[in-house]
Structures are given as structure tokens and as C-alpha cells.
Design a protein around this ligand. Structure first.
Ligand code: IVH
Length: 671
């Protein structure tokens, strides 16, 4: 492909992917399948690798992430990020309304009400329509530059589109982890034996400050915009500003409303009190803003917050009910979770019967006793929490609770590993929920993707002694399946076909499917590509495993001990015999030229035009060699931002040429 052809194709693909992204995220519609979308994106990524100088500034490939930021730069906000005054009662809101009326000398005014989103505030700076910086609130005056991570958030436009876009402007909004994503993430963590996160807000905040933007991309953060700042914006009200940013491609929550009086504000508050539970994110109140911008300016600010806006916080919804008992659930990794069985009670529109108690520490902290009346609260999360005991109601006959010492499923003595809050059942080979859980993990979509098999079928096959490990799946016969409840000729055929087809699942997914603790989907992919085959991995030492990307000590230990285990090795051999893929088909970037032929490079720091590892792919694709360290043999050190001083010093001492990203790109221009 010539550079001119590539340019055309890159532009076309960029437009297409952006179009489908927009459709999906802004309008909740799809015109192509996920697979078709992935293919477009993959083609674009490949072309950009081959022709990095042709990458469009709003390329959707930035959504995929890949940059590692060791440290975030601190930046001063152009306009300080103030907080809002909080109110908790209608009286306080009345007082606020009185202050506004007085401040405006009896002039007419309107309010604009929005929900108060419980996430992390972000400042987004645009220049010439392009997103150039994303900054956290920090202390309000200075925040962290988290641009690389912000670019992965799909409903934050990389390029503002539409009419009347000023040369520079700033949009503020709230970055959040949708409730569904939070639950999915915790399920995934539970699945690989990691501790789950406590709440969506802190997880969103932690995610925004992660060093590896490709992990941020997988977390699927979202953003609601609620504030436009800049000079000469040509808007007279907050409402107009909101419509404007919406038309430029920002996502605005549709829950806003203009109110003429404080009574209408109260109605808005009442309207959302329970309904907000059904929103995709957590909210903890209402933000009330004077709509007219001129009036906002006249009301001005106190040292900490605007006089033209205030937050009303909803009271946490809490109710008292009887704790009837505690049950214990055992997960795939053997982790035991206590669950409070409650006298059913209506709370914020739904009946609550159960609540997770997390672990033994939580039960001890709450000093729970069966028969107690406990307070149950629904924060933003879907799963209710037990927040305390109604002590005056406690009957003196209630006895302190003793945590179970044996597995409720198989009777094995539980263990508690150092540094972990959960109790575990160590009988991973014989404990039914652990065995069934391993099979469920194995067949899930992200793993072997056998969707003809479900939890109920696994249970039936398990009860019939036909399915005790994933490898047993590949020994199943027609007559085994036909005897199951609800299975006829066709459904049996489908099931067996699904199992058969899974044999072509790529090695990357197989490695995730076999369920090594702490090895999630991404890590499995990295390890598979690093070691290329199951055999290479199985015989690797701890030190060798540590050399794979994204692998730390906990993962390395887990991998090594997995392959040391005799039963695991037998299982792996059975899977091999069944015909599963044990070799990665992943290919390095294709060769496009030889302009860097015979030259060697070390790459260090971060770059403007390349994500991590991308620049290395480009070197290889153009005939060059990538070395891991600076030595006398090296030709070039490509120096990015934040390169360590030690590397530079060493290169200078050895007289090695140090080149910038621009100089590197010039070398490519000759191809
Ligand atoms: S407007 C000058 N609108 O609440 C104040 N803030 O305590 C501009 N927040 O830091 C803020 N939802 O993170 C505004 N609809 C909304 C909001 C909102 C949540 C957060 C925001 C801010 C904090 C203020």
C-alpha cells in the first residue's frame, strides 16, 4: 500500500469507527456486529502502526489505551475547581433561595436542576476542537494530568463536532463507573480470586489514576458533562450551555430540568428520590444552579464555592429489619462469603431479603447476632448493606455469633491466608461449588465460549458424575447428554457442537479458561504471547514468568504452583489430547519497509504519537531491531518524555546517538 492509499484508508476507517462509536454510545444503537467493529478497529490499528505519521488526531484507536504513565504531571487549573455548598434539609434550601433573591435585588430568576453524580470530577480542555488535556480536580487549584486515561473514555469526544465551537474551551463533568460495569468488574475479580472493590466511586477514582491506560480502557468508565467554561462562549444561560455541549458530542444526563420556583425544585427532588436508583450510576443528591449566566456572575463566589449553586444531599435510605440468619457461599476459588438473611422489607422501591456481609471481619465489626434488628441501607449500589445493629432492640438472650470453621459445602476445615480477609475452603479438588465454578469459568464467553452449556446443565452433569473437570467436557457422548432433563436430539447436537467448536478457541483464551488464580483475561493474553506455547510456560521458572509483561510476584508464584500440581498437569494433558489450542497464533507486526534495516534501538519514556510497545512494533516492521538495554552495540536511543536519567547518562558515556520522537519519525519518512 502506498502512503497516499494508506492516508485515504486511515481517514475512512477513522470516520467509520467514530461513526459507530457515536451511534453506540450516544444513541444506543448498532448497525454492525461487535466482530465487524473489532475488525475495522484492528485494521486501523495496524495501518497506524505501519504509517504512524498518518494517524488522525481524533483517532479512535486512542480509546484502546496502552500508554504507561509512571507519574502524572501536576497542572494548574485555568479556572479553579470549586466545590459546592451542601444542604440536607428543605429549610436550608429555602435559605439559599432567599439569599439568591436578595442578591438579585428582587429580579426574576430560574433554576436549573441536575442530579449530583457520585463519581470523580474532571476538567477537559479543548483547543481547536481537539481534546488536549484531561485533569483531575486535585486540590481545586492544581490537579493531575490524566489525559491518556481520559482518552479511553468513550463518551468523551476526542474532537468536538458541530457549530460554534470556540478556539479554546473547557468542559467539566463527572467520570464514573456505571453500576453494571462495577458489578461486572467485581464478578471478574471474584472469578480469578482477587478481592472485590468496595464501591464504584473509589474504583472510578483509582481507575482514572492507573498507570496503564489499556487497563483503564477495559474498565469502561463513562462521563456526564455538566459545565462549560471559556471566554466569549455566546451563551446566556446554563441551559443553553448544556444544549451546546450536548450538540458538540458530550454526553449530558437527560435528568436535568429547569425550575421556575423553589417549590418546583422540591418537586424535582421528590421526583428523583427513589427513581434515581434506576439510573446507570450512583447519585447522592441534586445540584441546583441559577440558570442565567449574567445573574451567576453577579452572585459570584465565596472563597470555597459559588453563591449561585448549591447541592442538596439525599438522606441515605435506611430501614431496620430482623436478621433471621447467616448463610455462607463458597465461590470458585474457595473464598467464603457470609450473607445476611433478612426479614423481607421494602426499601427504596424494592424488597430486600439478603445483604452481603463480605467477610468475618465485617461481622465482628458490626457485632451481629442472629435475631438482632439491623439497619439496612441502600447506597447507590444495587446490593444493600447492613450498616449497624439497632442495639436498644437487642434481646439479652442473643448470643455472639461464631464464624463457621468448616466449609458448608464439603465439611473441610477452612483456612485464612495471611493478609487476606476471606476464609477459604482448601479442598479445591473435592468441594462441589469449586469444581462447578471452575467449569463455569472455563466455558464463559471470555474463555472457551461454550454458550450451549449453562449453570443448570453443568449441575446436572456434575450430579450424574459425568463432569468433574473441564476436560470431562470433551469426553461427553450423545447418550450422556440425551438423558438430561429437557434435552432432545437437537439441543444435544447443539451442546456437543458447541464443545467441539471450542477446540479452535485461541491459546490466549485457553490459558485464561484453565483458571490459574490471579490470571485474568489480559494477563493470560500477555503470558500466552510471551511464552508462545503451553509447554514453554509449563516449564518456566518463577524468574522466567516474571519476565512476561504485566506479571508481578503474586501472579508468577500462582502460575508456577499451578503447573507444579500433579492434578493440574494431568488435566492439561487431557485438554491437549482433546485437541485444544496450546500455541499462540499471534503474529508480530508485518514488515512494511527496510529503512531501519541493520540498526538497533532502545526505546525509553512515553511518546506523543505512539502508545506503549507501538513504537517497538514500528521499528521491527521497518526492519530495525529492539534491544532491551543500552550497551556498546546500540545504534540509537529513542528518548521520550520522562526517560530515566540513568539511561541517558549511560548512552552519553558510550557515545550512543540519542534521538527524539521527531527525529525517529524523520528516519521513517525516507521509506
Ligand atoms: S457543578 C462550581 N453539577 O460535585 C461548581 N457538580 O461539590 C460546579 N458534581 O466537584 C460543579 N454532579 O464533582 C456540578 N450535576 C453536577 C454535579 C457536580 C456531581 C460534583 C462535582 C463537584 C462536586 C461539588
Amino acid at each position: 500500500m502506498t502512503a497516499a492509499e494508506a492516508k485515504k484508508r486511515i481517514e475512512k476507517l477513522t470516520d467509520e469507527v467514530n461513526y459507530h462509536n457515536d451511534l453506540y454510545y450516544q444513541k444506543n444503537k448498532t448497525e454492525i456486529t461487535d466482530r465487524e467493529f473489532d475488525l475495522l478497529l484492528e485494521e486501523l490499528i495496524k495501518l497506524e502502526q505501519q504509517f504512524p505519521d498518518l494517524k488522525q488526531p481524533d483517532s479512535p484507536t486512542q480509546r484502546v489505551g496502552g500508554t504507561i504513565s509512571k507519574e502524572f504531571k501536576t497542572v494548574t487549573h485555568r479556572y479553579p475547581m470549586l466545590s459546592l455548598g451542601n444542604t440536607y434539609s428543605r429549610e436550608e434550601l429555602q435559605d439559599f433561595d432567599g439569599r439568591v433573591a436578595k442578591g438579585l435585588d428582587g429580579e426574576k430568576y430560574e433554576y436549573f436542576c441536575e442530579l449530583k453524580f457520585d463519581g470523580v470530577s474532571i476538567s477537559l480542555i479543548y483547543e481547536n476542537g481537539l481534546l488536549v488535556r484531561g485533569i483531575t480536580r486535585g486540590d481545586g487549584v492544581r490537579g493531575d494530568d490524566v489525559t491518556h486515561n481520559v482518552r479511553t473514555i468513550r463518551n468523551i469526544p476526542l474532537k468536538a463536532k458541530g457549530k460554534g465551537i470556540p478556539a479554546t474551551f473547557e468542559v467539566r463533568g463527572e467520570v464514573f463507573l456505571p453500576k453494571k460495569e462495577f458489578e461486572r468488574l467485581n464478578k471478574e475479580r471474584e472469578d480469578i480470586g482477587e478481592e472485590t472493590y468496595a464501591n464504584a466511586r473509589n474504583t472510578a477514582s483509582g481507575t482514572l489514576k492507573m498507570q496503564d491506560s489499556s487497563i483503564v480502557a477495559q474498565r469502561r468508565l463513562d462521563c456526564f458533562a455538566y459545565y462549560l467554561l471559556g471566554e466569549d462562549l455566546g451563551v446566556e444561560s446554563h441551559e443553553a450551555a448544556i444544549h451546546k455541549i450536548e450538540s458538540w458530542g458530550f454526553q449530558v444526563s437527560p435528568t436535568y430540568k429547569k425550575c421556575k420556583t423553589i417549590e418546583e425544585v422540591f418537586d424535582y427532588i421528590d421526583h428523583w428520590e427513589n427513581r434515581r436508583q434506576g439510573l446507570p450510576l450512583e447519585t447522592d443528591g441534586v445540584v441546583i444552579k441559577v440558570n442565567n449566566l449574567d445573574q451567576q456572575e453577579r452572585l459570584g463566589f465565596t472563597a470555597k464555592s459559588p453563591r449561585w449553586a448549591i447541592a442538596y444531599k439525599y438522606k441515605a435510605q435506611s430501614i431496620s429489619t430482623r436478621l433471621n440468619g447467616i448463610t455462607y457461599q463458597v465461590g470458585r476459588t474457595g473464598a467464603v462469603t457470609p450473607v445476611a438473611e433478612l426479614e423481607p422489607v421494602l426499601l427504596a422501591g424494592t424488597t430486600v431479603k439478603r445483604a452481603s456481609l463480605h467477610n468475618a471481619n465485617e461481622i465482628a465489626r458490626l457485632d451481629l447476632r442472629i435475631g438482632d434488628y439491623v439497619f439496612v441501607e441502600k447506597g447507590g449500589e444495587i446490593i444493600p448493606k447492613v450498616t449497624g445493629v439497632d442495639l436498644p432492640k437487642r434481646s439479652p438472650s442473643l448470643k455472639p455469633l461464631k464464624y463457621i470453621s468448616k466449609c458448608p459445602e464439603c465439611g473441610t476445615e477452612l483456612v485464612r491466608r495471611e493478609g487476606e480477609a476471606a476464609h477459604y475452603c482448601p479442598n479445591d479438588k473435592g468441594c462441589p461449588p469449586q469444581i462447578k465454578g471452575r467449569i463455569e469459568h472455563f466455558i464463559q464467553r471470555k474463555a472457551m465460549d461454550i454458550d450451549s452449556l449453562g449453570e443448570m446443565t453443568i449441575k446436572q452433569l456434575y450430579d450424574l458424575d459425568l463432569l468433574k473437570s473441564p476436560a470431562d467436557l470433551y469426553d461427553l457422548k450423545k447418550e450422556d447428554v440425551m438423558q438430561l432433563e429437557g434435552f432432545k436430539e437437537l439441543s444435544t447436537k447443539n451442546l456437543l457442537q458447541g464443545i467441539e467448536q471450542s477446540k479452535s478457541t485461541p491459546f490466549e483464551a485457553v490459558l485464561f479458561a484453565i483458571g490459574i488464580r490471579h490470571v485474568g483475561k489480559t494477563v493470560a493474553e500477555k503470558i500466552a504471547r510471551h511464552f508462545k506455547t503451553m509447554d514453554n510456560l509449563a516449564k518456566a521458572t518463577r524468574e522466567e514468568v516474571l519476565e512476561a509483561p504485566e506479571v508481578g510476584e503474586i501472579i508468577a508464584d500462582s502460575v508456577v504452583s499451578f503447573f507444579k500440581d500433579k492434578d493440574n498437569r494431568r488435566e492439561i494433558e487431557r485438554l491437549r489430547k482433546a485437541g485444544l489450542q496450546f500455541e499462540s497464533k499471534f503474529k508480530e507486526a508485518e514488515k512494511v519497509s527496510d529503512v531501519l534495516g541493520g540498526k538497533s534501538f532502545v526505546v525509553s519514556g512515553t511518546f506523543q504519537h505512539y502508545e506503549r510497545d507501538e513504537i517497538k512494533d514500528v521499528i521491527i516492521a521497518n526492519g530495525g531491531k529492539v534491544l532491551s538495554g543500552v550497551s556498546g552495540k546500540l545504534d540509537y536511543l529513542v528518548a521520550g518524555e520522562n526517560m530515566g536519567p540513568a539511561k541517558r547518562e549511560k548512552a552519553e558515556k558510550l557515545g550512543i546517538k540519542i534521538i527524539s520522537e521527531e527525529e525517529f519519525q524523520k528516519m521513517l519518512k525516507d521509506r
